[in-house]
Ligand binder design. Sequence first.
Ligand code: 3PG
Length: 207
Amino acid sequence: MNISKILSLGPVMPVIVIEQPDHAIPLGEALLAGGIKTIEITLRTTTALSAIEYLAKSLPEIYVGAGTILTKQNAAQAKNSGAKFCVSPGTTSSIIDACNEYNIPLLPGASTVSEMLTLSEVGFSEIKFFPASAAGGTQFIRSLASPLPNLKFCPTGGISYETASEWLSLVNVSCVGGSWIAPAKDINDQNFAEITTRAKQATKLVN
Ligand code: 3PG
């Protein structure tokens, strides 16, 4: 599945920080029960890679990506753990080359027009806008629709259920990313019912 297809799987892609490997499957089930079809598991914990591996093997219905890809090694780890795609907060040529080499789709991060143009030049048309609220908010992305009509964005960073609709109303936003659906505290406390409730609300948002 290419990135454009992945971003069309729903209006919201939960961004996950997971600390216990045995939380991976109940978390995936809770999100699936709420209608979520794709998630980004950030490589910010020692557990992230095993969580991706468990989900890829045991819950293939949910499309799992690896986030916080910062290096070539991260891309290799993501591929080996069974991640279906990579997400980076910013983008370097070594991240792009590694994802090409390992044949794994990349949702590359950018926060400036020049970075976006550089990504466009090498063939990307879907970009993670990060950190979305701090780097200019909806006004920034709205301003790009006319000069950069071929680019679509997945804004992430500082987005909540309350602000997601405004982002999703923009013509150049495919979906939004955010940790509010399954924050680390709820995962650690195994508040999976609450996560399903938030997932259900999120999947009803319109993009
Ligand atoms: C990310 O990893 O993309 C962000 O940290 C998620 O941002 P949020 O926690 O503000 O939703």
